[in-house]
Design a binder for this molecule. Structure first.
Ligand code: GLN
Length: 467
């Protein structure tokens, strides 16, 4: 498993390691395995080596380090890094070089973190298996022939394959949590508005949040603390202060346990064992019913595709990336650039979104789905008045095989059932790796907490750690 940044930092401070060695290690792993995994679309080798050398020198000269000095990370290919390609894994952004940094990138670099590459993903973050990338699918990092999850599959695979300490993903309906679960890692979808979306290529703006994926809980927490907080450049970012995190220890609490029917036996078994363990540790775990399962996927796909159809209207072949050759009229230029540039899944969602917003259907679909969204929010708030957190599986199934669902969009959409919930309501949700089945499949549990209650999720996650 990826050595944690927290451990590395200590080793550097004790004179037992250097940042340069670690970057060289990560680069060697990338060279050995990225050809097969296809997790990274670009590697920033020179910049990473240079930054590591600078932090080694800085430490020698000053004896101090900023909070994330020498933490090595990758960014999903929908988060802007100045001077580098940015494509959302789409042909339509072919050749586009980003002129500015996303706020998260600026904050990470001010804290000393080192960006080592750009991670593959599903095109425009639409997918659950990373098979929708224009640059080919990503392979699961240790289950051959399986998907790593999506849409931040390249991000999760990169952490699990020891290419970096941390990866940034974006989560609109589970794209940080589900791949983290499939790869046995931690992944956080922060409260909506907690992390700036400035510089994130929009999929569905009222759902999107950037979040970290890591192998260690400590690394996830310190990253969250750097990237969270108000940003005047994102009008939906919250001005609420980010509270420092001090682990409380694992005082037993009352948790709501929400389990859907039809869980895969592998997932059900691992979670049952965890529930027993928590009870032994003095936690009050109560099964809480959830009457809205059947509304989650329809509400999510109606609202996100509606937003996507509007957000993706800007890719017209004029301003960014790919432009169709020899178009005779402006209309033809738009149509051909978009037809050639967008992949199948993206087109499907633009069509669906345009349909649900069209005159005559708007109230039946869009307005109705907004009402469902409100209802889910209120129900969640009600549960969280009584319980410290809500626990539910991150995915109802273990990782599936490459090719297994890609031809069947409905099956693929249904695999998002458990993660879209927290994006519909805006609550923070943390994926915690809780075990591996005897066959070697990682299983994840997600914890959902009060708005801006990330710290209570961290406390709850510590209770799940075996010790
Ligand atoms: N898998 C979900 C979808 O296909 C979620 C995507 C995401 O979170 N970006 O829409």
């Amino acid at each position: 498993m990826t050595p944690s940044y927290t451990a590395l930092r200590k080793a550097v401070q004790e004179g037992k390691a250097t940042f340069t060695d670690i970057v060289e290690n990560f680069l060697a792993n990338i060279k050995a395995r990225n050809g097969v995994l296809n997790a990274l679309l670009e590697v920033y080798e020179e910049e990473a080596v240079q930054a590591a050398g600078n932090w080694d020198q800085h430490y020698k000269a000053e004896g101090s380090l900023p909070p994330l000095a020498g933490m090595v990370y990758v960014h999903k290919d929908n988060i802007a890094v100045a001077g580098h390609h940015l494509s959302a894994a789409s042909r339509i952004l072919e050749g586009f070089i980003c002129p500015y940094n996303a706020t998260v990138i600026e904050r990470l670099s001010a804290a000393g973190a080192i960006c080592i590459g750009r991670a593959n993903c599903d095109e425009f973050a639409m997918g659950s298996s990373n098979e929708n990338s224009a640059y080919g699918p990503v392979q699961h990092p240790f289950l051959e022939g399986y998907v790593p999850g999506g849409s931040s599959g390249g991000s999760a695979a990169a952490v699990a394959a020891e290419f970096c300490h941390m990866a940034l993903g974006s989560d609109t309906g589970g794209s940080v949590r589900q791949p983290a679960a499939f790869c046995g890692l931690y992944g956080l979808k922060p409260t909506y508005g907690r992390v700036s979306r400035y510089g994130l290529i929009a999929y569905a703006s009222s759902f999107d949040q950037i979040g970290p994926i890591t192998a260690s809980l400590e690394d996830l927490i310190i990253t969250y603390q750097v990237i969270a907080g108000f940003d005047p450049r994102d009008p939906t970012s919250s001005s609420r202060a980010v509270e420092p995190y001090h682990p409380k220890g694992t005082t037993p609490q009352k948790w709501a346990w929400i389990m859907p029917e039809g869980l895969h036996p592998i997932v059900a078994q691992v979670l049952k064992e965890k529930k027993e363990l928590l009870r032994q540790r003095g936690f009050e775990i109560e099964e809480v019913s959830f009457p809205y399962w059947e509304y989650l996927i329809p509400a999510y796909f109606i609202l996100t595709t509606a937003e996507a159809s509007s957000n993706l209207a800007r890719y017209d072949g004029v301003r960014y990336g790919r432009r169709a050759k020899e178009a005779q009229t402006l209309e033809e230029l738009y149509a051909r650039s978009r037809s050639e540039g967008f992949g199948r899944e993206v087109k499907r969602r633009i069509l669906l979104g345009t349909f649900v917003l069209s005159a005559g259907y708007y109230d039946a679909y869009y307005t109705k789905a907004q009402k469902v969204r409100r209802l889910l929010y209120e129900y969640t708030e009600k549960i969280l008045k009584e319980y410290a957190v809500i626990a539910m599986p991150t995915s109802a199934t273990p990782p599936f095989r490459l090719g297994e669902k890609v031809e069947d969009p409905i099956q693929m959409y249904l695999s998002d059932l458990l993660t879209v919930y927290a994006n519909l309501t805006g609550h923070p949700a943390l994926q915690v790796p809780v075990g591996t089945s005897p066959e070697g499949f990682p299983v994840g549990l997600q914890l959902i907490g009060p708005l801006f209650g990330e710290n209570s999720l961290f406390d709850a996650a510590y209770a799940l750690v075996d010790n």
